[in-house]
Design a binder for this molecule. Sequence first.
Ligand code: ARG
Length: 280
Amino acid sequence: MSLPLQLVSPPRVRTARRYLMCPPWYFAVSYSINPWMDPTQPVDATRAMSQWTALVDTYCALGHTVELINPEPGLPDMVFAANGATVIGATVLGARFRDAERAAEAQHYQRWFAARGAPDIVMPSAVNEGAGDLIWTGSLLLAGTGFRTEPAAHREAQEVLGIPVISLQLVDPCYYHLDTCLLILDDSPASPLIAYYPPAFSPGSQRVLARLFPDAVIAGAADAACLGLNGVSDGGSVVLPVEAQNLGRALAARGFEPVFVDISELRRAGGGPKCCTLAL
Ligand code: ARG
C-alpha cells in the first residue's frame, strides 16, 4: 500500500510576494552575451510582450503584487529585472554588469529604488548581476560565479548584507547565472528546499549543495534545457516554463502546485520567468 502524498510531504504554505518587473517594450536579441542569444534570428517583440503580460497576470492571480519599472530604449535585456539588484530586508545591493551592453541598466534600477525611498542602497564595486546570481534561501545567500558575478562581489554582498554567503562555481555557459540552474522552492528558514541541476556546478559546489540540501529536488537535463529551473516559488505555487513537465511532476510529488507559463520568446535571450522577476 502506498502512502497518500500529503503524508509524505509537509503542507506547503504560500505567502504573498512583491515583485519588480520591466515590460519588454524594447526587447530584442541584438547582441550575444550568452549561448542562447543568436542575433541572426529575429525575435517577435509582440509575442514577448504578450508572454510577459501573461506572467504578470499569473502572479496577480496568485495574489502577488507586481511593481513596474519603465524600460529604456537601447537596453533590450532590461526586461530581466532579476539582474537589477539584490533586495534583502531593507537593504538594496545594486548591480554592476559584466557586459557594456547591459551596464546602463544598473543606474536605472538604482534610481527606481531611490525614487521609492529605499533607505539603504549600496552600489557594488565588483561585477554583480543581482538576484540572477545572488539567491536568498531564507537563511543563506547562495552566490554563483564563473560567468558573470565575481567572487569579490560575493564577499561584498556578505559584508553589506551581513548574511552568510555560500559561493558556488558555475561551469556550463548555458547556465551562466545561478538562477538558470537552481530554484528556491521553500525559503522558510526552518525547512529550506531547493531544486537544481548538478552538472551546471563544479564537483566541489555539487558536494556543497548536497551537504546543505540533502533532500533537494534534482532536475534532469531536459528540465534544465528549457530553463525549467528559472521558476518562481511563493512557498506553495511554483511558476515554471511550460516545457518543464518532469520538474512539474517532481514538484507536485513534494506538495507544490506547478503553474506553467509560455516564456519561449524571452528564452531566446536566455531568460525565463525568474529572470523577469525581482523579489522585493
Ligand atoms: N540576455 C540576458 C543576459 O545574458 C539574460 C539575463 C537572464 N537573467 C537571469 N536572471 N538569469 O544577461
